[in-house]
Write a protein that binds this ligand. Sequence first.
Ligand code: ADP
Ligand code: MG
Ligand code: ZN
Length: 477
Amino acid sequence: MSRYEAVIGLEVHVQLATASKLFCACSTAFGCPPNTNVCEVCLGMPGALPTINRQAVRYAALVGLATNCAVNSYSVFARKNYFYPDLPAGYQISQFELPICEHGFLPIQTEDGEKHIGITRIHMENDAGKNMHSQAENVSFVDLNRAGTPLVEIVSEPDMRSPAEAAAYLKALYGLVTYLGVCDGNMEEGSFRCDANVSLRVAGSAELGTRTELKNLNSFRNVQRAIEYEIERQGDILAEGGLVRQETRLYDAAKNVTLAMRGKEDAQDYRYFPDPDLLPVCIDENDLTAWRNGLPELPRERLARFQAMTKLPETDIEVLVHNIGIADYFEAVAAATSARQAAGYLIGPVLRECRARDIPVDPRCWKMKPESLAELVDMVDKGEISAKMAHDVFGELFESGVSPAAFVREKGLGQISDADALEEVTASVVDAHPKEAAAYREGKTKLMSFFVGQVMRATKGKANPAMVNDLLEKKLR
Ligand code: ADP
Ligand code: MG
Ligand code: ZN
């Protein structure tokens, strides 16, 4: 296997979060009854004329600016001809020779430090509809609500060398488009999807090997697993002296295999030509400058800022930054209390409870608001509740969204920091265990944890541990 090196290039389709479609005024809302968001343009009726969505052009240019591309002042739509039932016009309107953005790169973190992944081009195109096959009725349906939805396709250079690099690139890109606000980032609904091109070559060789294209990769994990599988599959073929066939393969996540779907088309099969119904897209230099100046804070800058705020390692901060919803939530908590503690709660208990309770990793679905989390962090900080108690009841607080202060008051979970009360408990614990006390005084200092445990048991875990330690040490002197 080590004789070969993997070569990976990704094509990522990003659905732009415009209210209306790319060439008509129909809504892009997801989940509407089939064929309700359609008109003569997106139904491909003869003679209906497309008009370009200005917002989609701006969004596509923003993606180019954020990926260090040249944004072309002049680009052209082209028809990509093919027949499929979900494509009523018989062609997709895309860009071919003159795309809106070209020649960019995206930095990623690898084991060997930072690496730039080249971006060949970014072009605009409209999405197709959806075919739905009913096995029960033995019929197929076509829903054209999605037909005409604006996409950008971001094509990378074959610069990635491992599944981990591919995943890092994809995550970086996902961060950019969601931070730019040009994509809702909903991978289950297909707003961000990826095809992976994979080939092997003898390590060190300059030529590219024959590639396969993997489709249907709808999560970061699947992208990584599918590429891993494909590298192994091709490695086996080459090891036996065979040849890899250039083809499109479908990833089956349940079985973790890729399966041959069809031979791969070449560009000439699509008979591209400039769309005569659409004018070239011209971007004004002033507009472009304004868009560049208006770019929001992007994930890398935010990562650096969060690191300065929390002094936590980059791998932890990445978890906060990756999802803009979580990043904003963290920011809201950190504004009200210790940033470092807030980060710790988000990375640890919050994500754990999401998994355990099947709550989406999306703060919009959380009942616990940032103020409540900040309140809890503060209560631990001030010693009003022990850190352990906070962890023990966190799941309940997170799921219910009740105020931590009210919850603690109601359930009587407050930490006992009253010196007189603790003095009394520690004294009675020591008195109740004369043998252990004697042993401790003779040097068996390990018994301290035994005494602390007894005090905790007596107080149902509510005693302030630092005070208990001090009091016991005095008492056992
Ligand atoms: P298409 O798939 O539409 O025919 P391209 O020829 O532009 O388009 O290639 C698409 C993707 O495949 C790009 O991301 C490119 O980097 C990648 N790619 C091209 N050749 C190889 C190869 N031999 N191995 C791996 N990736 C490749
Ligand atoms: Mg392709
Ligand atoms: Zn329409």
